[in-house]
Ligand binder design. Sequence first.
Ligand SMILES: [Zn+2]
Ligand SMILES: [Zn+2]
Length: 104
Amino acid sequence: MSLKFECPHCDARLSAEPELYHTEIDCPTCAHTFVVPTPEDLGHPAEEKIKFLCPGCGRKLSATEAQFGTEMPCPFTDCEKPVIVPRPEWKPVPTTRLKKNPGS
Ligand SMILES: [Zn+2]
Ligand SMILES: [Zn+2]
């Protein structure tokens, strides 16, 4: 099962196969180099969260996996407009970005 995480530099949503854990990769979106975390590093592997903007008031909201694709009211009491939670897209990190030395 691939791990879903956010790039520490550009917040791009990425997914990586276990073979990439703790390896250095270049972010496919912003090209910064960073080390892929493990589920233990993230602390809450079971819960996927998404951040998105309320189309009514433009403020940043967050939702958990169970709410993806569902409608919920904006939690801000001066807005409370119904918002459809978007389904996030996770960009897989290609394993070809692994800086592997084939050796000889
Ligand atoms: Zn990035
Ligand atoms: Zn709102």
